[in-house]
Write a protein that binds this ligand. Structure first.
Ligand SMILES: C[S@@+](CC[C@H](N)C(=O)[O-])C[C@H]1O[C@@H](n2cnc3c(N)ncnc32)[C@H](O)[C@@H]1O
Length: 334
């Protein structure tokens, strides 16, 4: 895994600037400006795809991803009984904190092999173990102590009245923001919600081992099974670029419903509704076409802040971060 981390690190930090330059050169030769939109990118795509330099970079990026997942899956599957036992043992040791219905129906859209992880988030009981170690490679060593999740939580908008009694981490995966939320707000009841039970079981085991008292719940973001006006703050970190476009509005309406008046929303995700410089479109197209993120391009072209205003949020603002992500902040009128 250390080797795969270094390969990814090299491909992104050292190699990619040259690849972006190559794409910029192709755009300039076609008479296009330095900043282009999705349609212009689509016109250039055949020429870009013919570049051996670009093709080599994409091949390494994709193979690195496939190899990392494969190695991890093989390693955990070799001791399947032991690891599944760890999940069950945590549920027995720390009951009442993992909430799911055995008859819950997972929609097909949530079963894609996202980021090429075979079986995706839902397809294997051990997917949480694989995801935890695979994303350590993905974050190239920058998140070994949840530093990125800490930064997300620290960037959240909180209610102006200072009351934070109940917080929701939407699309929580293995609960890294969820545990940081509890550490930052020990007085609050903290819930992580996700559609994928393997992620939630791992999240529950991890939080139990850390001694952090949080709840994990299997549900759909578009149907959360919580009462109106329940949460003081909601965080959704990199959820939206992974869900189909037709679910954006139902999820946003549901977030508004479960927030109490004056409650706050923080959505941290890939940039959207923007003109992208060519290198960024390279990422989007790479992710959508070669890294199994089938919905990410639709999110990139979507005006998410406008949707928040349309459904009734107020004080909607966008803040760029020191990562490539965008924070969209909003408040429920109250
Ligand atoms: C990129 S991961 C989120 C990462 C996570 N927030 C973190 O802190 O690392 C996206 C998550 O969204 C979940 N998801 C996808 N569709 C969903 C839906 N309709 N409702 C709830 N969760 C969903 C997936 O199962 C996955 O765990």
């Amino acid at each position: 895994m250390e080797y795969m981390t270094e390969v990814r690190n090299f491909a992104i930090r050292s190699w990619f600037p040259g690849i972006a330059g190559e794409v910029g050169g192709i755009a300039a030769q076609a008479g296009m400006p330095a900043v282009i939109d999705a349609d212009q990118y689509a016109q250039l795509a055949p020429e870009i795809d013919r570049s051996p330099a670009v093709a080599g970079w994409k091949r390494v990026m994709r193979s690195q991803q496939q190899l990392a997942w494969q190695k991890l899956q093989d390693s955990f599957a070799a001791d399947r009984e032991f690891w599944e036992g760890q999940l069950t043992e945590a549920e027995e040791r720390n009951p009442g904190r993992l909430h799911y219905d055995p008859d819950f129906h997972v929609p097909e859209s949530a079963c894609e092999d996202i980021h090429l992880q075979p079986g995706g988030y839902c397809g294997d009981n051990l997917a949480g173990f694989v995801f935890y170690h695979g994303t350590r490679v993905f974050y190239q060593g920058d998140n070994d102590k949840d530093e990125i999740h800490e930064a997300c939580v620290d960037d959240m908008r909180l209610p102006a009245d200072g009351q934070v009694r109940k917080i929701l981490d939407l699309g929580c995966s293995i609960g890294q923001c969820t545990t940081v939320l509890k550490e930052r707000h020990p007085q609050a009841e903290v819930w992580g919600l996700d559609v994928a039970l393997p992620m939630l079981r791992y999240a529950h085991m991890r939080a139990s081992d850390m001694g952090v008292d949080v709840h994990f719940q299997q549900a759909l973001a578009e149907n959360m099974q919580h009462a109106d006006d329940t949460f003081d703050a909601v965080l959704a970190y990199i959820l939206f670029h992974e869900v189909p476009e037709h679910t954006f509005e139902p999820i946003v309406r549901e977030m508004l419903r479960v927030l109490r008046p004056g409650g706050t929303l923080t959505v941290i995700d890939t940039p959207n509704s923007t003109m992208f410089p060519t290198p960024n479109w390279m990422w989007k197209v790479f992710d959508a076409r070669y890294n199994c993120e089938p919905y990410s391009q639709a999110f990139g072209a979507f005006d998410f802040a406008a949707l928040l205003e349309k459904v009734g949020f107020e004080d909607v603002s966008k803040e760029t971060t020191n990562t490539f992500l965008l924070n969209t902040l909003a408040t429920k009128p109250g």
